[in-house]
Design a protein around this ligand. Structure first.
Ligand code: F6R
Length: 588
C-alpha cells in the first residue's frame, strides 16, 4: 500500500507534495515524509502520523525547492516509527527513495550490503533500495545504468521514486504497484494515483509493469527494465475527478454516504455497446465466478443470488485471496468477473492474472477507470461513482449493487423492473432522513462489546457488510450471520443485552427472519429491527421506505453505514482513518 508523490518543475514543490500526499493518504497513514532537493540543500523530513501533522510542523519552511518526493506509509516491514518512515536515504545521505510495495528478497540483499559496509537505519525492506542505488551509482556514475541494475535485483512488487543529490531529476520504477506521471508545462508530477495532481494537469502517462522513468524539468524518458527506450502516448483523464471538496460534511465518509442519492443513477449510465458485449460474455460462459475483497466481495455474494434469481444462471463467489484453491477449475470456458472500487487490490490482480493465464475471459466492475485492473481485463464496466476517499467503502458498494441488478435484470429482459431500479434514488433520499434516529441508536449502543447482524437470502450479504462497516470504523466486534445458521452455533454467543440487528423487510424472508430474531430475544438479545414493517418483537426499530421487494438490499445498507459512522463518532474515533487499515490494499 503506501502512497508516493513527486514533483519537478518551476514551482515551490512543498505545497504541491503536501496536497498530493493528502490525496493518497487513503493508501496508508501510519507515517509521512518528504525529501526536498534544491541547488544548495537536500533535506528529509519525516514524522509518525498524518500528513497534516507534518505539514503543521514544517509549514514555516521557506523552501525554494522545485524538486521533491514524498510518501505516506502503511506499515508492512517494521513498526510505525520515525526511522521506518520514508524517504529512506543511503549511507552517504545523497540519495533518497520512497517505495510502495514489498521487496521479497530484502533479507538476502541486506546481508550482501552489510558485508559491503552499508549501515541500515530502519527495519524496512524499502531502505535497501537506497543502498543498492548508492552502490550502483558509485561504481559507474551513470544514473540510468544504476537504476536498471537496481531494479533488476529487486523481487516482489514496487513503485518507487528516487532522487540523487547532485542530479536534477526524479527516477521512477514500477513492478505491480501503480505509478502515473502527470505532464504540465515545464513540470512533471508523479504519483501512485492521478488524484494527487489532477487539478494541475489532466495529461498523463501510465507507467506499465517493468518500466522505469527519468523525469527532468524539460524531458521525460521511459524505458523497459532491459534498457530499451519506450514511446508512450499521453492520455487525457477526466477532470471531474478533481471534485474532492469535503466542505459541507465533517468527514469524507459522511459525504460519500450522502452522495448515494446520485450513485444508482450514475452507475446505470453505461455505454450501450460495451454493456451489450458484457451481457453476451456472460451468456456465452459455461462457468461464471465472481471475485473481490472485503466490501466488493459482499457485492460478489449478492451477484450470485441475483444471477440465480433473474436470468437463472449458476455462479460462484470467492474471496480473491482464496481463489487459488479452485484454480484447477479455471479454463477457457470460464468467465471471471472481478469487482473492485480501486482496481488496485493486489489479491484481486493476481487472481485476474492467473485466470487469464489459464485462458479464462476476465471482466470487471470497477470505479477507478485508470487502474491496473482496467488495463488487465478483457472488458470492464465503470461504477461511475466518483473518487471514494473515506477508507470504508460506502458509495462504491451501492454502485456495485446497482450495476449488478442492471446486469441481472437485463439478462432476464425485465424492463419494468429496470425502470423501478432507476427510481430508487427517491427512496435513498428518504433513508438518509433517518440520520437523527440512527444518531440516537448510536448513542444507545456505542459501548457494546459485540454486535450481530442477521439476514436471509439477499439480505445475508448486507448483514456481512453491516458488520464489516461497524467493526472497521468503530472497532466493536461485529459479525454478519445468515439468520438460519444461528442455531448451528452462533446462538451460544448471545447473552443479556447483546445487540442484534435483524435485516427484515417485508419480503419472502420476513417471517423466518422474525422467528430467528425471536429465538435470539428469548436468550437475552436486544433486537433492532430494520424493516418497512414494525413488530412488537423489536426493542428498537429503523423504518425504511417500501420499495419493490428485490431492491431492499440497496436501501437497507445505508442505515447500517450511518450506524457505523455515528457509533464511531460517539467513540471519539475518526471514521475517515480507521486504525491499521488503508483504502487500497496493494500488497498481497
Ligand atoms: C471495507 C473496504 C475494504 C475494500 C477491499 C476491496 O470498507 O473498503 O474491505 O472493500 O479492500 O477494495 P477494492 O474494492 O478497492 O478492491
Amino acid at each position: 500500500m503506501c502512497g508516493i508523490v513527486g514533483y519537478i518543475g518551476h514551482r515551490n514543490c512543498f505545497p504541491i507534495l503536501i496536497k498530493g500526499l493528502k490525496r493518497v493518504e487513503y493508501r496508508g497513514y501510519d507515517s509521512v515524509g518528504l525529501a526536498l532537493l534544491s541547488r544548495d540543500s537536500f533535506e528529509v523530513f519525516k514524522k509518525v502520523g498524518k500528513v497534516n501533522e507534518l505539514e503543521g510542523e514544517i509549514s514555516n519552511l521557506s523552501s525554494n525547492s522545485c524538486l521533491g518526493i514524498a510518501h505516506t506509509r502503511w506499515a508492512t516491514h517494521g513498526g510505525i516509527t520515525e526511522e521506518n518512515a520514508h524517504p529512506h536515504v543511503d549511507c552517504s545521505k545523497g540519495i533518497a527513495i520512497v517505495h510502495n510495495g514489498i521487496i521479497e528478497n530484502c533479507n538476502e540483499l541486506k546481508e550482501e550490503l552489510i558485508l559491503k559496509g552499508h549501515t541500515f537505519l530502519s527495519e524496512t525492506d524499502s531502505e535497501i533500495i537506497a543502498h543498492i542505488l548508492e552502490e550502483e551509482y558509485k561504481s559507474n556514475k551513470d544514473y540510468i545504468k544504476a537504476t536498471l541494475n537496481t531494479v533488476s535485483k529487486l523481487k516482489g512488487s514496487f513503485a518507487l521514486l528516487a532522487v540523487i543529490k547532485d542530479l536534477e531529476l526524479i527516477i521512477g520504477a514500477r513492478l505491480d504497484s501503480p505509478l502515473t506521471i502527470g505532464i504540465g508545462k515545464d513540470e512533471y508530477f508523479v504519483s501512485s494515483d492521478i488524484l494527487s495532481f489532477i487539478e494541475y494537469t489532466d495529461d498523463v502517462i501510465f507507467l506499465n509493469n517493468r518500466e522505469v522513468c527519468f523525469i527532468k524539468r524539460d524531458s521525460l524518458t521511459l524505458m523497459n527494465f532491459d534498457g530499451s527506450e519506450i514511446k508512450r502516448d499521453i492520455v487525457k483523464v477526466a477532470k471531474e475527478l478533481s471534485d474532492l471538496s469535503n466542505k459541507v460534511f465533517e468527514h469524507y465518509t459522511l459525504k460519500e454516504i450522502h452522495e448515494q442519492t446520485q450513485v444508482v443513477r450514475l452507475a446505470l449510465l453505461q455505454d450501450e455497446k460495451r454493456f451489450k458485449t458484457f451481457l453476451e460474455g456472460i451468456k456465452r460462459a459455461k462457468k461464471i465466478y465472481f471475485t473481490g475483497c472485503g466490501t466488493s466481495y459482499h457485492a460478489c455474494v449478492l451477484a450470485t443470488y441475483l444471477l440465480a434469481k433473474f436470468p437463472k444462471l449458476t455462479s460462484e463467489a470467492l474471496i480473491a485471496s482464496e481463489f487459488d484453491s479452485i484454480f484447477e477449475l479455471i479454463d477457457k470456458d470460464t468467465l471471471l468477473i472481478a469487482i473492485s472500487q480501486s482496481g488496485e487490490t493486489a489479491d484481486l490482480l493476481s487472481c485476474v492474472r492467473e485466470a487469464k493465464a489459464k485462458g479464462a475471459k476476465v471482466f470487471a466492475l470497477v470505479n477507478n477507470v485508470n487502474s491496473s485492473l482496467v488495463r488487465e481485463v478483457d472488458l470492464f464496466l465503470p461504477l461511475n461513482c466518483g473518487p471514494e476517499v473515506g477508507v470504508a467503502a460506502t458509495k462504491s458498494f451501492i454502485a456495485q449493487l446497482a450495476l449488478l441488478y442492471l446486469i441481472s435484470l437485463s439478462l432476464k429482459g425485465d424492463n419494468s423492473m429496470i425502470k423501478e431500479l432507476y427510481n430508487l434514488s427517491n427512496s435513498i433520499e428518504e433513508v438518509l432522513k433517518l440520520e437523527e434516529d440512527i444518531k440516537r441508536l448510536a448513542l444507545k449502543y456505542k459501548d457494546s462489546k459485540d454486535f450481530y447482524f442477521i439476514g436471509r437470502a439477499l439480505h445475508y450479504p448486507i448483514a456481512l457488510e453491516g458488520a464489516l462497516k461497524l467493526k472497521e470504523l468503530s472497532y466493536i466486534h461485529a459479525e454478519g450471520l445468515a439468520a438460519g445458521e444461528l442455531k448451528h452455533g452462533p446462538l451460544a454467543l448471545i447473552s443479556d443485552g447483546t445487540p442484534t440487528l435483524a435485516i427484515n423487510p417485508s419480503d419472502e424472508t420476513y417471517q423466518r427472519t422474525l422467528n430467528n430474531a425471536s429465538e435470539m430475544k428469548a436468550r437475552g438479545a436486544k433486537i433492532i429491527g430494520l424493516s418497512d414493517e414494525n413488530n412488537s418483537l423489536y426493542d428498537d426499530f429503523i423504518k425504511i421506505p417500501k420499495v419493490m421487494e428485490v431492491f431492499y438490499p440497496i436501501i437497507e445498507v445505508i442505515p447500517l453505514q450511518l450506524l457505523a459512522y455515528y457509533v464511531t463518532l460517539q467513540r471519539k474515533l475518526n471514521p475517515d482513518y480507521p486504525r491499521n487499515l488503508a483504502k487500497s490494499v496493494t500488497v498481497p
